[in-house]
Design a protein around this ligand. Sequence first.
Ligand code: SAM
Length: 384
Amino acid sequence: MNTSLTLLDRELQLLRYPQNLQHPSWQAWDAADEYLIEHVEQNISDIAQLNIRIYNDDFGALACWFATSKPALISDSYVAQQACQQNLQQNQLTIDPSHIFDSVNIPSSMVDLVLIKVPKTTALLEQQLIDLQAYVTSSTVVVAAGKANLIQKSTQALFDKYLGPCHTSLAKKKSRLIFCQPTGDKSHTSPYPTIWHTDKPRFEISNLANVFARQQLDIGARFMLQHFSKFPALENKTVLDLGCGNGVLGLHLLAKNPNTKLIFVDESHMAVTSAKHNIQRNLPDVVNNCEFIVDNCLDNFAQKSASKEVDLVMCNPPFHQQNTITDHIAWQMFKDSKACLAKGGQLFVIGNRHLDYPAKLKRLFGNVSVVARDKKFSILSATK
Ligand code: SAM
């Protein structure tokens, strides 16, 4: 893995996170980070005097580069926040914890310079631009950067609508910058959370902007719900909804098994907040049986959960880390699940049939069985 970012006579050592599970050809920054850094260094003076906000820094390249200017960092991703801390440390840099924010707890001070890494989820960008309205003036400088294919006309339209007129740079190494001139208009409200309903039972599912399946029930999750009857008896057991998103799986399981303890885990702050809201809203009587944890897979389960082990894990694993397609997160989820399961406990996984989850689970648990399958999905189970 290339770990040295060398730019403008300066060098940073940057690692992806978690470091041990990454493909050797990946690196912790991209051409859009470099383009943004070069633009700021060459065009904006006295940055140490400015109030700076950095949004969606993938692995901390921007945080490290601008650390001495004491920026506020805002991210929805716990993994990105961990990466950032790791890389600050590795470069002997610090950012005061009071400057580190998640997407559901944003800073409330005016800002002079906003640096945005355009996220994969347009809705997250939209929410962030709406949040920014209150804290920018017509003299705030807003520069966003992203892969050219992420910067569509519709992306520019969001800047135009929520902050003010924007234009883009030429493409450089397949990346572009967006320059936006805020008008000071603060009149737009947010379309998030989005709300949809399940049919039977009819639950109201609320989704903050960066939550998976924000518009409707995921088809994989639907298939899993149809096969809950194949789960073992869960009376007074402890269940983990790993990669919970809006919590739709755990919510349905709790509705059928109100005496079950349910632990919801996701790396997205917006997901965990939405999951908690959805239990409170739909099953208020059982919310005290639940834990809501932000973590990278189950890295810190022992510290963050009151339970020592669990009886069942259900999981609809992700196959992206930011813009990279990967199965390393699924693999870590399987390994961490095995570590947290009680002896005899079971992991239930839903995945596309073409993925090699059966081989992975067999290797890890020594057994795997197919609980259900259709043309697209398999539900697999492995027992510890
Ligand atoms: N369980 C939900 C459902 O079925 O609708 C969401 C499933 S979605 C395919 C995968 C979820 O895993 C997303 O909510 C994503 O934020 C979460 N995720 C991605 N990487 C993660 C990680 N490293 N640790 C924990 N959760 C992660």
